[in-house]
Design a protein around this ligand. Structure first.
Ligand code: ARG
Length: 265
């Protein structure tokens, strides 16, 4: 995670961002601190990346790479304003002993790629280039399922879909092109389908450890659906980050374990 010390909305690279609307940085920091301590309370270890001035979106650590075990595919941001984040992630990961493959095509890391244990779900349409899917498959050696995003409010896969455990996902179908909806329906017939209201507070921008699901507290229907399915929803307020089009998952780069769900702590 990366503390939002320099968080701001100075430019607009997604439809959520309005540079004319004030952002309360102190509030963003305190919401982020709560998110961080929530993970720690749930037993997770949080590593911190040093925030850098001039990179107001750096709090959205999920975009910095895609990591499974000791391998990563580095990010290559679509927008120049975020380009400086990629080398910061690369040096942190290398320092932690992770081999980082240099990307060729544009990809925004875990923003568009979701580790689903036996496969990688990979979004494209607004940010990551479909050409990145070949690089992903080459680095991680698992099938890559391409999914096309069609609604600019859900510009990264992680704004419209969350992997909850080995065989369960939650998603918002209208964010996907018809062929992708069909594919998701076939792969995950028992998926939780989010309501529009919950999708619009980026409720799907959630982090699951297979049991607890940390998500935006405003996503109440989704929390109820998760509880009915046997997960434990853990609501947090990240409303300040929403002004930049981000949420819980965007603020979290998961260091995935290469093995199956059952083997995870
Ligand atoms: N303002 C950032 C951008 O538009 C938000 C990134 C959100 N990250 C995510 N993983 N969806 O790039």
């Amino acid at each position: 995670m990366c503390r939002p010390d320099h968080f701001a909305v100075h430019y607009s690279i997604n439809v959520w961002m309005d540079p004319g609307r004030p952002v309360d940085r102190d509030r963003a920091v305190s919401q982020w601190e709560t998110l961080r301590s929530t993970y720690e309370r749930l037993g997770h270890r949080v590593h911190l990346l040093d925030p850098r001035p001039g990179l107001p979106d750096m709090v959205f650590a999920a975009n910095g790479a895609f990591v499974v075990g000791d391998r990563a595919l580095g990010a290559r941001f679509r927008e120049r304003v975020r380009a400086g984040e990629a080398p910061a992630h690369r040096s942190w990961l290398e320092g932690a002993g992770v081999g980082v493959r240099e990307p060729r095509a544009v990809n925004e890391g875990e923003g568009d790629f979701a580790w689903a244990f036996t496969r990688i779900l990979a979004g494209a349409g607004f940010r990551s280039d479909p050409a990145a899917h070949t690089e992903l498959a080459a680095v991680f050696g698992v099938p890559v399922v391409p999914l096309e995003l069609i609604d600019p409010r859900f510009y990264h896969l992680d704004t419209a879909l969350a992997v909850l455990d080995h065989d369960t996902i939650a998603y918002y179908p209208p964010a996907f092109a018809p062929a992708s909806r069909e594919l998701l329906g076939r792969l995950y017939p028992d998926a939780i389908l989010a309501t529009e209201a919950d999708a619009l507070v980026l409720g799907l921008n959630a982090v699951s450890d297979g049991r607890h699901v940390v998500l935006a507290e405003q996503a109440t229907d989704l929390a109820a659906a998760l509880a009915r399915t046997g997960f434990e929803p853990v609501p947090v307020d990240v409303s300040e980050l929403l002004k930049a089009g981000g949420g819980v998952k965007c603020a979290t780069l998961e260091l995935h374990h290469p093995n199956t769900a059952e083997e995870q702590p």
